[in-house]
Design a protein. Structure first.
Length: 277
């Protein structure tokens, strides 16, 4: 959902729905993504997603940051580094060579007029070849472009996806209001399944304590032999009950949740590329 009229193409990711009223431009933007990133560059998918995450964070693009932070986590298997890239890329636990890359992309994003030959030399000294340097520039520029589409047209992040990111995101990224918005208070690396299990155990313990207390005042022949524990609906931390909003309660584990935007891609060949390492 965005601030403009969209074509009825429910399979498309939100970012592409936002420009779907111009079918010609939509096709070109899809081809641009396919040709520059999603496994098409001379970088690894993890490196591509690291750039996309840092660029999106620098632009405060919520859609791009959550999406590509989750993609980085998916391809790297590293939640902590994904969180660091969203909060402060200088603290990210990357390889020696890859540590130079986010700084280059962040500078190109925030201060493009200040880029110098020394910035390129820094990448070369870190071990990147010229083809990889070109890829770093192109991927950086691509996601600056996509961020501006998302920010200017109000592209929304599906609420279940935001909640799922909140299950693995760590501080200080989890405390960034721009990143999780109203859902920030429920993140802080909560494991929802663990929380629900804990609440269930507390409920059982409370029920058993009450039952034991009642049993002491009840004749033995009247004491229930198999007390029934009543299931009490819980509310998530955003105040949504299971009954009214079960679809947004993160029953999704982090890995499957990161596919929400990735697997809804029947559009052209990017569906295939998005699933390749």
């Amino acid at each position: 959902m965005s601030w403009v009229k969209e074509a009825d193409l429910p399979e498309l990711p939100e970012i592409f729905k936002a420009i779907s009223s111009n079918s010609y431009a939509l096709e070109l933007v899809e081809q641009l993504n396919e040709g520059i990133a999603f496994g098409s560059s001379s970088l690894t998918r993890t490196q591509e997603e690291a750039i996309a995450t840092v660029v999106s964070a620098a632009n405060h693009c919520r859609y791009g940051a959550l999406t590509h932070g989750a993609f980085f986590r998916k391809h790297s298997g590293d939640s902590a580094t994904a969180s660091q890239l969203l909060a402060d890329h200088t603290q990210a636990d990357l390889s020696t060579s890859d540590q130079v890359m986010p700084g280059f992309s962040a500078k190109l994003t925030l201060n493009p007029a200040n880029m110098t030959e020394q910035d390129v030399e820094g990448l070369r000294e870190a071990g990147f070849g010229d083809d990889q340097i070109v890829s770093i520039v192109l991927v950086t520029c691509l996601f600056n472009f996509m961020n501006r589409i998302a920010n200017s047209l109000g592209v929304a992040v599906p609420r279940p996806f935001t909640r799922s990111v909140g299950t693995w995101l760590t501080v200080p990224a989890a405390e960034e209001e721009w990143l999780l918005g109203a859902d920030a208070r429920l993140s802080v690396n909560l494991n929802w399944k663990g929380l629900e299990k804990a609440l269930g155990e507390i409920s059982k313990t409370t029920q058993l304590q009450v039952t034991d207390s009642e049993a002491q005042d009840t004749p033995a022949e009247e004491a229930p032999s198999d007390p029934v524990t009543e299931t009490v609906p819980t509310e998530d931390l955003a105040g949504n009950s299971d009954a009214e909003d079960s679809s947004v309660c993160p029953q999704i584990d982090g890995n499957s949740a990161s596919n929400i935007l990735d697997t809804r891609r029947p559009w052209f060949r990017l569906h295939r590329l998005a699933h390749h390492p």
